[in-house]
Design a protein. Structure first.
Length: 165
């Protein structure tokens, strides 16, 4: 088995889904108001420390991790679906660095330790969120794009744990 103790990965969180612009229209409802739902939350990138791994060989061949975007809001006050998070499993003793290879972001030393590197974007608001008792808004908001705040597009993951014999 090949032992790999350093890997370069590219991470991207998911965008939030846009809110819906919709109005209630039924035959016997005289004044149907806005009923556009909110967009779903985008997926995050999470790193989890697990037992049973001793190398970063999984990240030699798959280096790009992109979380999915949240679902669109829909009419009838239906919210969009939240996207799933991406969970990267690493061995105990893994250190996560910025692209400059000097700035330490996290040091995972215990099994079960989790850190969110890229948080997913929030969903946009539908027009039902903006309604008042006297006014129906013809406006909705797009989803938020959340960039990796503390991590550059390329980061380094190093395994400083126990080596192979």
């Amino acid at each position: 088995m090949k032992f790999l103790d350093q890997a370069k990965v590219y991470l991207r969180s998911g965008n939030g889904g846009p809110g819906a612009l919709s109005f209630r229209r039924e035959k016997f409802v005289e004044f149907g108001g806005p009923n556009g739902g909110d967009g779903g939350r985008g997926g995050s990138v999470v790193i989890e420390c697990v037992d049973g791994l001793n190398t970063l060989i999984d990240y030699r061949y798959q280096q790009h991790f992109k979380a999915k975007s949240g679902g669109h809001g829909m009419g009838r006050d239906r919210s969009g679906a939240a996207a799933n998070d991406i969970v990267m499993k690493v061995p105990v003793g893994t250190q996560i660095f910025e692209e400059d290879n000097e700035t330490l972001i996290a040091d995972l030393t215990e099994v079960g330790q989790r850190i969110t590197l890229c948080k997913g974007g929030d969903g946009g608001r539908g027009n039902a969120a903006f309604k008042t008792s006297t006014r129906a808004i013809r406006n909705s908001r797009p989803g938020h794009r959340r960039l990796c705040e503390r991590l550059s597009p390329a980061g380094r993951v190093k395994n400083a744990g126990s080596g192979c014999a």
